[in-house]
Write a protein that binds this ligand. Structure first.
Ligand code: BEZ
Ligand code: FE
Length: 282
């Protein structure tokens, strides 16, 4: 290409993709180039704005380390993590819906017996909750031996790895369903919290005029060989921000009801929530 013009530049870049590029890579790059060129044309992007964007991306990259992945946060604020999750885990109607993993999952949480508490440190004003339910397959049969990782924020709105005052793996645990597919553990009512907004994620939120808050929720990851791993959250039906989650992750089917516990239960509240897992080959 000797004479690049506004009209021919997009075709020239797409045309430069080598014939040897694998087909999925070709599909992704062709669409990416076309959409990015169209975006620049659409907003008539100017050189100073382009340089600002490059500087912004460099600063976002500089924040990333093995504890913090700023690009996932940026994708969350733009609704991209939840969109990709829905494209990757299309539901056929019967199984539980997934939602975003978020940046606070830790592998290998403490393995705890059924009914145990994930609370290692008490906070003033916390409300304890017994969370239990049954995990079934699409035919309604209970599934035993499902491993369930759970994690939540503390009443100060922080996950344990964000807060040096909390013990390691506080408010995290791994449970297993029994022969009737039942799981059970004790936790605390999750509170709304702001996603990390001290870096470029905060700049993006301000640029969009959006707030950083998420409604109270508990995270789950359910896995057993032969079934699709389910990454999801249960939202507190009484929480603020259900209608304007900063990362757009709320789904009606994932809203649970925290009820006052009967007097024979050693907790303030109970939450009953069942899940349905899809088999690997469905
Ligand atoms: C979370 O729920 O832990 C989360 C999800 C997306 C961005 C930040 C936090
Ligand atoms: Fe969370």
């Amino acid at each position: 290409m000797r004479n690049v013009t506004l009209e021919n530049i997009t075709g020239a870049v797409v045309g430069a993709l080598s014939q040897d590029v694998p087909s999925r890579q070709r599909e992704i790059m062709t669409s990416l180039i076309k959409h990015m060129h169209d975006f620049c044309r659409d907003v008539n992007l100017q050189s100073d704005e382009f340089l600002q964007a490059c500087d912004y991306m460099a600063r976002a990259g500089a924040i990333c380390d093995d504890q913090r992945q700023e690009f996932i946060l940026l994708a969350d604020i733009l609704g991209i993590e939840v969109l990709v999750d829905m494209l990757s885990n299309e539901t056929t109607g019967d199984e539980s819906e997934s939602t975003v993993l978020g940046p606070f999952y830790r592998e290998n949480p403490p393995v705890l017996p059924a009914g145990a508490s994930i609370v290692q440190m008490d906070f003033d004003g916390q409300e304890t909750v017994l969370i239990e339910g049954i995990i079934r397959d699409a035919s309604g049969a209970p599934i035993s031996g499902v491993m369930m990782d759970v994690w939540e924020d503390a009443p100060n709105g922080l996950y344990e790895q964000q807060d040096p005052e909390q013990p390691d793996f506080n408010l995290r645990g791994r449970f297993e369903t029994d022969e009737s597919g039942r799981y059970s553990f004790r936790a605390i009512r999750p509170v709304p919290y702001p996603i990390p907004e001290d870096g470029t994620a905060g700049e993006l939120l301000s640029f969009m005029g959006h707030h950083p808050w998420r409604p109270g929720h508990i995270h789950f990851m359910l896995f057993k060989s032969g079934y699709r791993t389910l990454v999801s959250q249960i939202f507190d039906g009484k929480s603020e921000y259900l209608d304007n989650d900063s990362v757009f992750a709320v789904k009606e089917s994932l809203i649970g009801e925290f009820k006052k516990a009967p007097s024979n239960v050693d907790a303030d509240l109970v939450l009953e929530f069942d899940f349905v897992l899809k088999s690997q080959d469905s």
